[in-house]
Design a protein around this ligand. Structure first.
Ligand code: C5P
Length: 213
């Protein structure tokens, strides 16, 4: 069973994917961490993030054991990740790892931007999670405030707007809803409500598929 959860920055897709994985006993991968880790390693090597070949070298050498690094969670690394993520060679270098992870029995939940469109086009369930940009900025701002990051709400809003624009406009695997994904708009929902809505979508899609057989 493969569940693909895509959506823009701070849509809540990571929290949802983690909870869905826990609920069904499936493994979970936050694929944004892969791009964040490549950005971290490229910067540490002194690479220019606009240099696709240098970033791809960092992607090929990536040690998946370092994905728990708390330094990956900062705003600056998120920004840098969305720059390295536009290079097709970086995306190609991360493809096999994600596809193999997706095949972990008895099931896997992957969240990102291109899981339903590129990484797992045959995923059993695809959910595209979104929310109004102001709501996403508010959630992300509160997360940063809890962690003591020194950033204002307006700055977070601006960063998220820019990140969405960059992720949606790039040529390689842009952020977009797969035609067969179900849209889940979590504006006005708390995490519990969003989780129940996601479980309903999964039940609908999987029951619908077994009835069609
Ligand atoms: O989801 P997160 O904010 O951690 O992702 C950081 C960046 O990594 C995104 O802005 C996006 O550019 C990139 N990314 C991607 N494809 C994915 C996951 C993340 O391009 N599947």
């Amino acid at each position: 069973m493969i569940i693909a959860i895509d959506g823009p920055a701070a849509s809540g897709k990571g929290t949802l994917a983690q909870r869905i994985g826990g609920h069904f006993g499936y493994v979970w991968l936050d694929t944004g961490l892969l791009y964040r880790a490549v950005a971290r390693d490229a910067l540490a090597a002194g690479a220019d993030l606009e240099d696709g070949a240098a970033c791809a070298r960092a992607a090929v050498a990536l040690d998946a054991g370092t994905l728990g690094d708390p330094a990956l969670r900062t705003t600056a690394i998120g920004e840098a990740a969305s720059v390295v993520a536009k290079h097709p060679a970086v995306r190609a270098a991360l493809l096999d790892f994600q596809r193999q992870f997706a095949r972990t029995p008895p099931g896997a939940v992957l969240d990102g931007r291109d899981i339903g469109t590129v990484i797992c086009p045959d995923a059993d369930v695809k959910i595209f999670v979104t929310a109004d940009v102001e709501v996403r900025a508010r959630r992300r701002y509160e997360e940063y405030a809890r962690r003591g990051e020194n950033v204002t709400y307006d700055e977070v809003l601006e960063i998220i707007r820019q990140r969405d624009a960059r992720d949606a406009s790039r040529a390689a695997a842009p952020l977009k809803q797969a035609p067969d994904a179900v849209l889940l708009d979590t504006t006005g929902m708390d995490i519990e409500t969003a989780f129940q809505a996601a479980l309903n979508i999964i039940a609908h899609v999987t029951i619908g598929r077994s009835e069609a057989r």
